[in-house]
Write a protein that binds this ligand. Sequence first.
Ligand code: BTN
Length: 279
Amino acid sequence: MTKSGNTIPAGRCGAIFADLSSDEILAGVCGFLWKKVCLFESVDSTNERALALASSEVPPHGTVIIADAQSSGRGRLGRKWFSPPGRNIYMSALLKPEIGLRDATLLTIVGALAGVVALRNKTGLDLRIKWPNDLMVNNKKIGGILTEIRSDPEKINLAVIGIGVNVNSEVVDFPEELSGIVTSARTEAGRMFSRVGIIIEILRELERWYKTLTNEGRRPLLEEWKSRSSTIGKKVRIVLGNEILSGVAETIDDNGMLILRTGSGGKRRISSGDVMELR
Ligand code: BTN
């Protein structure tokens, strides 16, 4: 049980698995937002573990769930997230944000900015964000964000920002269908990185951008996202279920939706989908 009475399912605070230590992570963060880091050797999905806390009497705002490996790591659009042990980062940050349901996309923007800035700081790699949530290096995916919420009709009760980063996996380790699409920090930089160091930096940046959202509103967040985007201004093809759209990605609107100018000169507001950036 935590001090506030929530039960954390399995996993332990004060745990060490491989090179990961929850105490070292919490000590390194030095902020005010993150109060508890729970480390698991292996879970189905850190997002799933985090969402299980939604039914706690006191939703654990400021808790972070990290695993060395995931057996059912999940990505956007029902995809699987490759999650072998000992190599990469799988983490989920729990928040109880005072924002409306319609603004939930802004939390993905918070996650993407935190990921891109933290990874740039720690690896020196030139990362960009592909709409809506892909962290990219040299046109290949190095990480992704999956935000999931529990809500009632008016408000968000709990938000989980899930972040996956390919740190020390080598491209040959990935399933064949991901070949040419994904990369890792190790592949791009030619050396290995400390997972703890990157996790600490991600948590610091998550706190920074979350506070920006709550103190200053969406504007600075959206401007920063645009300046770090690889998508805006590009010709794109978007797969939306059975529909394929082509056009120029003009901007994102106040809710983080992509505004696409189509060939016929019309505009479409896109809330989700698979974006392919054309040269
Ligand atoms: C995507 O790009 O499709 C989003 C990938 C998000 C993966 C992370 S890994 C940690 C957290 N737990 C999950 O099951 N998924 C997210």
